[in-house]
Ligand binder design. Structure first.
Ligand SMILES: Nc1ncnc2c1ncn2[C@@H]1O[C@H](COP(=O)(O)OP(=O)(O)OP(=O)(O)O)[C@@H](O)[C@H]1O
Ligand SMILES: [Mg+2]
Length: 266
């Protein structure tokens, strides 16, 4: 609707985790460095936590996009899996050809793959998103996978990504073995005031906005005040504001529009 009015190529504030809109905030880049360090240094288990909507899934997708061919990856988005299904998902995602096999055989197939890749100087990473929903038995299974190693190094780097409850879960006495093995931890915080403004301008630019469409400074300030810098909330407010701006046939999004939108949606 408003895309045509504002002459945009794409909707700037979709709430999908499209990596082409990735904004390299200091926080996101810091998280990124932790991930790359953990994978390249073969640290075993890496945990990334962050409040709802701070950009964890987006970060994972950006990571998958940016890793070179020397790193093979498997990305598990839905944590509702059985032990067998987890193995099948990993093996399929890594592009390993396999026949229907028992769990035991799948583990040795994976192990052979990891040893071969390691000999070629390649890294292999498994990313599990929404890890706060994993049951303790599933987390224990993840620990067992991290045992795939040579005398010198971990063969599979496992990245657990989830909301802050994940940290609480990892403190359970039954999971202390796993907790002790976490070599890299990073907690994502929302964007700061200035970053929030830059984030909005960045998304508008990627979507093809020309100089005509303008968010006033008080509008940007109000968006930060109401979103607390959480990217998903920023997107929801901005999307609604553009719709309201279009209805009012204006190219200037001011504080009044933001206030109205916030009252309607938050
Ligand atoms: N660095 C970023 N660059 C561009 N957009 C971002 C960034 N971080 C987050 N977003 C946007 O914010 C929204 C929410 O991000 P995302 O889904 O990654 O959050 P999340 O932390 O995974 O949330 P949840 O806890 O609900 O799983 C998405 O629309 C995404 O496009
Ligand atoms: Mg997510």
């Amino acid at each position: 609707m408003y895309k045509k009015f504002y002459k945009l190529r794409e909707y700037p504030f979709n709430i999908t985790s499209d990596p082409s809109f990735f904004f390299s905030s200091a926080r996101h880049m810091d998280a990124f460095s932790h991930l790359i360090y953990g994978i390249e240094q073969r640290k075993g288990i890496i945990v990334i936590t962050g409040e709802i909507g701070t950009g964890k899934t987006t970060l994972c997708r950006a990571l998958l996009n940016r890793l070179d061919k020397k790193t093979k990856t498997a990305f598990v988005l839905n944590p509702n899996f059985s032990e067998l299904q987890l193995m099948q998902m990993i093996i399929k995602d890594l592009g390993i050809v396999f026949k229907e096999q028992s769990k035991f055989n799948l583990i040795s197939t994976l192990n052979e793959f990891l040893i071969k890749e390691s000999a070629r100087g390649h890294n292999v990473a498994l990313i599990i998103d929404e890890a706060q929903n994993l049951k303790p038995t599933q987390l224990e299974q993840v620990r067992l996978l991290s045992n795939l190693e040579t005398e010198k190094q971990k063969l599979l780097q496992i990245i657990l990504v989830g909301q802050p409850e994940l940290m609480e879960k990892l403190k359970l006495p039954s999971l202390r073995q796993l907790n002790q093995r976490i070599a890299v931890r990073f907690h994502m915080l929302p964007l700061e005031r200035n970053e929030t403004k830059d984030y909005i301008l960045h998304r508008l630019k990627v979507a093809g906005a020309n100089g005509q469409l303008n968010f006033t400074s008080p509008a940007l300030e109000a968006i930060f005040a109401h979103s607390g810098g959480t990217p998903r909330l920023i997107n929801v407010i901005c999307d609604r504001a553009l719709l309201a701006g279009y209805a009012a046939e204006t190219f200037t999004i001011d504080e009044k529009i933001i206030q109205q939108c916030v009252e309607e949606i938050l």
